[in-house]
Design a protein around this ligand. Structure first.
Ligand code: 3PG
Length: 222
């Protein structure tokens, strides 16, 4: 089934579909509810539909709810999901996927129960094994630069050849093409698409331009 179709009929996505939609999943921190909808529209205008709103601010759930209701062309997800309660609250608010900074079987279960595809963070082989035991093979490599960067992903491609990654943490427009060139990388995550200063200044054209530039990122070997 095509992602286009799933986006409009509200069916449950797979983690792979979330990853395959664009080269970058924006990691978004919203301090103001009023920013949520114009920010989502700005990203959409630049070609980015999968939006990870991190549960790091008191307004995050309300922001997810507003985007889910008012920007139906976007697919809003919750980031920084750390507990079963986070997963349930995110799903109730209208999130359609979850991203977490780590993995536990309880978190995996909670996301399954809430109907949320989960992109869990891993940084070690043991964490990959744990996620795979629970049926998850699309994983976020976090924090990517700090935990070994390109070299780590190359090393994992042997023993974990069936795992696909979204490196996140320290990824920039400059190093993203090298990550995207790796066969086990589907997309990258990054906060650079939604700078705090652009939000503070309501500079939506800047966010649209950053999204446009991000969707044009092409794999390249350094
Ligand atoms: C985060 O958790 O904030 C993400 O990993 C984003 O990291 P970045 O700011 O380095 O893109």
């Amino acid at each position: 089934m095509k992602v286009e179709h799933i986006l409009t009929d509200n069916k449950q996505l797979t983690a792979l579909q979330v990853m395959q939609d664009a080269a970058v999943i924006p990691v978004i921190v919203l301090e103001e509810l009023a920013h949520a909808v114009p920010m989502a529209r700005a990203l959409l205008a630049g070609g980015i539909r999968m939006l990870e709103i991190t549960l790091r601010t008191p307004q995050a759930l309300a922001c997810i709810e507003a985007i889910a209701k008012e920007v139906p062309e976007a697919v809003v997800g919750a980031g920084t999901v750390r507990s079963a309660a986070d997963a349930q609250a995110a799903a109730l608010a209208g999130a359609r996927f979850a991203v977490s900074p780590g993995y536990t079987p309880a978190l995996g279960r909670a996301c399954r129960d809430a109907g949320l595809p989960l992109l869990p963070g891993v940084a070690t082989g043991s964490e990959i094994l744990q996620a795979q035991e629970d049926g998850l093979s699309e994983l976020k490599f976090f924090p990517a630069m700090q935990a070994g960067g390109l070299g780590m992903l190359k090393a994992w491609s042997g023993p974990f050849g069936d795992v696909r990654f979204c490196p996140t943490g320290g990824v920039t427009p400059l190093n993203a093409p090298e990550f995207l060139a790796l066969p086990n990388v589907v997309c990258v995550g990054g906060s650079w698409l939604v700078p705090a200063v652009a939000l503070a200044q309501a500079d939506w054209p800047r966010i649209t331009q950053l999204a446009r530039d991000a969707v044009r990122l092409k794999p390249s070997v350094a």
